[in-house]
Design a binder for this molecule. Structure first.
Ligand code: UDP
Ligand code: MG
Length: 326
């Protein structure tokens, strides 16, 4: 096998605080990988600026002028982590034999990247980075995440537990992934569906280098909810089931009331009446809400809107000028 061209894709949203350090660490790693003949010297680091409001893009542009490993992709606006990553992957796929995705804050241990490449050499098409411990996460985040994976497993969505978006993919696996054209993107649910040979590499997750998490609780919840409703109709079924159950219960209660009436007991059931009205009312709203969520998803999907817009692509531009010079 020829030495593979690797692109490391790094989505960045307001990451000026960590950029310089991240770029330095990844470049050092690149040099090591190239010296050890694990990857081709054509390999690159692609920073995707997801519509940052701070100085991130300027830093990327300057760095790409001075650092031969660094390329930049500027999106026209903020589209969120998953789509920014997708934009990077799609661009990288044109130029590389394998692609690694990693967050800009380097919470994922870049020291396992050589192991990723070794697995690729051994024939794996997908290498998942899996967190060994989650000690650096808060108690809350750790347990909600754990509960989430368990729940997803129960309703039949295949996920690799404790794997975020730190992974290696071969060109052919990536090309399969890019065939999924959905507007509700949950990459870590899609990748395990592709198939091909996959393997896992374990590492410890660290603290953010600097800056704060771009995933506050609200976004995390929305992300989890998207993950569920993009892959499963189980919640709709659950609502149907609960609705059915409450109908049976109220039928039994009705029969009971009739019998009581014939036995001469007058009804004292004001409380139960109020409770059941509220209960059923709530149930209906819940059901409508969940169905609405799916209809919203369908609405988004049928529009087939472009998922991101590229403002500047320093990766492809460079290649073109090189071809001109040849
Ligand atoms: N990110 C992005 N667009 C966004 C939000 C985040 O590209 O709208 C990037 C961010 O720069 C980082 C990665 O997604 O590289 C993960 O974000 P973060 O580290 O804040 O999430 P956490 O690790 O706290 O889950
Ligand atoms: Mg992070």
């Amino acid at each position: 096998m020829n030495k593979p061209v690797l692109t490391i894709v790094v989505p960045c949203f307001n990451e000026e605080e960590v950029f310089t350090d991240t770029s330095f660490q990844l470049s050092t790693l690149m040099t090591n990988l190239i010296t050890n003949a694990l990857i081709s010297n054509e390999s690159k680091i692609l920073f995707v600026d997801d519509g940052s409001k701070d100085n991130t893009w300027n830093l990327i542009e300057t760095e790409s002028d001075n650092n031969p490993y660094v390329k930049g992709l500027k999106l026209a606006g903020n589209v969120g982590h998953q789509f920014a990553l997708l934009a990077g992957l799609e661009t990288a796929a044109k130029h590389s034999d394998c692609v690694i995705s990693i967050d800009a804050d380097l919470q994922d241990d870049i020291n396992v990247i050589p192991e990723f490449i070794e697995k690729f050499w051994e024939g794996a098409d997908i290498v998942y980075g899996v967190r060994d411990k989650r000690e650096t996460d808060t108690f809350f985040k750790r347990n909600t995440a754990l509960g989430f994976y368990k729940f997803m497993g129960k309703i039949g969505i295949k996920l690799v537990p404790n794997h975020a978006d730190f992974r290696l993919m071969s060109k052919r696996a990536l090309e399969e992934l890019l065939k999924y054209k959905e507007s509700n993107l949950f990459l870590r649910g899609l990748v395990p569906r592709i198939g091909y040979k996959s393997t896992e590499v374990y590492y410890d997750r660290k603290e953010r280098l600097a800056g704060e998490s771009k995933y506050p609780l609200k976004k995390m919840l929305a992300f989890a909810f998207d993950g569920i409703t993009s892959f499963s109709v189980a919640p709709i079924r659950l609502v149907t089931f609960v609705g059915f159950l409450s109908m049976i219960i109220s039928a039994i209660a009705g029969a009971y009331a009739v019998i009581q009436r014939f036995l001469g007991h007058t009804e004292s059931g004001w409380a139960s009446l109020i409770i059941s009205i509220w209960f059923v009312g709530g149930l209906q709203l819940l059901g409508i809400g969940i169905i609405g969520e799916y209809i919203g998803k369908i609405y988004h999907e049928v529009k087939r809107r472009p998922r991101y817009a590229i403002e500047k692509d320093l990766y492809s531009v460079q290649e073109k000028t090189q071809q001109h010079n040849e």
